[in-house]
Design a protein around this ligand. Sequence first.
Ligand SMILES: Cc1cc2nc3c(=O)[nH]c(=O)nc-3n(C[C@H](O)[C@H](O)[C@H](O)COP(=O)(O)O)c2cc1C
Length: 231
Amino acid sequence: MTYANVCIICITAALMIASLPTRAQNTVPEQGPTVVLPSPKTEGTISVEKAIATRRSVRSYAADPVTLAELSQLLWAAQGITDASTGHRAAPSAMAVYPLTIYAVAGNVSGLGAGVYKYTPKGHTITTISLGDKRAELFAAGSRSQVKDAPMFIVIAADSAYASSRFGSKSAHFTDLEAGHVTENIYLQAGSLGLGTVSMAGFDAGRLKTALAAPDTITPVYLMPVGRAKK
Ligand SMILES: Cc1cc2nc3c(=O)[nH]c(=O)nc-3n(C[C@H](O)[C@H](O)[C@H](O)COP(=O)(O)O)c2cc1C
């Protein structure tokens, strides 16, 4: 085998490795303890048809807490790993790149202190970004939205730097599409758990990023309050 042949093999191998789905992106600084979440269930009590037929946006929430098991299930539905052999997740992703970062903002979650947490699909854990109730800080001053009372929020954000490095000029388009897949999973999973939610895009992105202590590379796409519908 000539030196040239070896080089061609090396370059081919390098290109193949570079084209493999990258799952190690993580530009969000982790600042506190990691919490291993309860194992998610892969069977529920209502059919997917019923979850679709009864899905409605909920904007008014009872004071009851969300449980840690429910929070775990919602994060799994958002981005949980559903195939350990490939690392593929609950929602589809262009080229299996997975450019989204999911935050949970807990205010009234039984079994979990109030704070901002970042979800890590591998190992199904959340890492503390900050402690303290940040729910009110998610909204612009003067907002009258009732969703402020929700016991917790999920923020679906794009890791824009990572997405750009993989998708180039399609980055924002692809991350917006992927966030849509994730919100529908969360809607259906919430309904299956007897919880309500709404996908909100009308937020103050700067204020939201400040509340999350999100770096410049992170672009929030959707904000989803979660709780039991107020009767
Ligand atoms: C892209 C997008 C942005 C949305 N933004 C908001 C929002 O900022 N605030 C809100 O209360 N609802 C928001 N919604 C929810 C819609 O208002 C809701 O889906 C619509 O009224 C239909 O009601 P349903 O979801 O109960 O079927 C948004 C939905 C989408 C798809």
